[in-house]
Design a protein around this ligand. Sequence first.
Ligand code: MN3
Length: 242
Amino acid sequence: MRNAVLSLFLLFNAVFVVVAQPFTLPKLPFAYQDYAPYIDAQTMEIHLTKHHQAYVNSLNKAIIRSLFDPLTIEEVLLNKEALSSDAIRNNAGGHYNHSLFWEILAPKAKQGAISAELSKEIKTSFGNLDSLKKELNKAAMSRFGSGWAWLILTPDMKLAVVSTANQDNPLMPLEAQRGIPIAGIDVWEHAYYLNYQNRRADYLSAVWELLNWQVISEKYQQAKENTSLMGRLVPLKKKKKK
Ligand code: MN3
């Protein structure tokens, strides 16, 4: 009898492990309506609960059929073999990218200040925040179709602006210039169509009003300290000294 109970217990656990959902939808730090008027409540809600949720569901489905189940989201994004599956590539990217996007947005009253370190690094790399804005917006505007514009920390510890297609992301070994994302802007039409229709530039201006530089500064600090992840990215060729 004891053995039968034990077997049942073990079977239950085995079934639970197989159906366990490794990735879950994060909660927004603020209410949907708090992002208005820059991004309307309906867009925030649909974006999170329909689009992002679909990436999470499809990722879990794709992962469960594969050998990549125990991997963290970063491990999935770094894994060339895992990314050879379009379902994993698109949905793992979709999950990671949106999770970061939700973290770096905040209503005006809840935004914190940029750190002295990040401010200094932006000055070194771009001249000033306004030049960074121009460069990031240019990357976002010139991305044909759907994709993302990014501020990343590269393996040589420099800030850079890059853009990726679809749900690709700069951690992936598919990108020419890799780095740890500090901030990302979603330029899929689903991110702005209800409020801005085809006016991507207006949406970008609005997103800049929502960027929480305190969180972006924390992301910068974490990226700088994450030497194990940085070590997994192929170092860029050192620039020749003049
Ligand atoms: Mn999106």
